[in-house]
Design a protein around this ligand. Structure first.
Ligand code: ATP
Ligand code: MG
Length: 171
């Protein structure tokens, strides 16, 4: 049995680790789809697909999650009715989809896939939006992500990047 988790992972955080551990109890193999893979260097999507891939694979290793997993970048296509086929064209076959996103759930359900909504874990803090906000405001964010993610973000100077992106153009 193979399960699919799709997210943007901007960045990958402890809520994602928790949800992957939950999914790992149910399935033999986990497919992690990196959504909006083509996006980077924006306030909503600061990190590249490659950077996010590095965050995920190092974090799973660091957390001793040695289950077979596949990490697959998935570019957006501007066509919701074709999106499930697009995802299926890029991933190994899967039996079940895990997502909290209503559109993702709707599209997979209409395609006849089993869909589950994993329970949220400390959502107030374990949230990409909250972590990006803290990075911009200069508040501590490191405790909300795996150690490996702190290292990747330092390596690519991610906080500096985010702050530069928030600056206004010269007049
Ligand atoms: P953003 O605020 O940028 O949307 P996010 O924290 O929602 O970031 P996503 O990459 O959108 O991160 O999350 C992908 C999926 O991971 C969600 O649809 C949800 O199923 C799961 N997830 C996210 N945060 C948590 C959490 N704190 N606990 C459990 N599952 C989570
Ligand atoms: Mg989200």
């Amino acid at each position: 049995m193979r399960g699919l988790l799709i997210g943007r992972f901007q960045p990958f955080h402890l809520g994602h680790i928790y949800v992957i551990k939950e999914i790992a109890k149910e399935v033999d193999e986990i497919i992690i789809g990196i959504g909006s893979a083509q996006k980077s260097h924006s306030l909503e999507n600061p990190f590249t697909a490659g950077e996010r891939l590095m965050m995920i694979s190092r974090s799973l290793y660091e957390n001793g999650i040695h289950k077979n997993y596949y990490i697959i970048p998935i570019n957006d296509i501007d066509n919701n009715s074709l999106w499930v086929s697009h995802v299926k064209s890029l991933t190994p076959p899967f039996d079940k989809v895990y997502s909290g996103n209503p559109l993702v759930k709707r599209l997979f359900k209409e395609a006849g896939k089993e869909v589950a909504t994993p329970p949220l874990f400390n959502r107030r803090e374990y949230s990409g939006t909250e972590i990006r906000r803290r990075m911009l405001e200069g508040e501590p964010w490191e405790e909300l992500v795996p150690k490996a993610v702190v290292k990747v973000i330092e390596e690519v100077r991610g906080v500096e990047r985010l702050r530069d992106l928030a600056k206004k153009d010269v007049l």
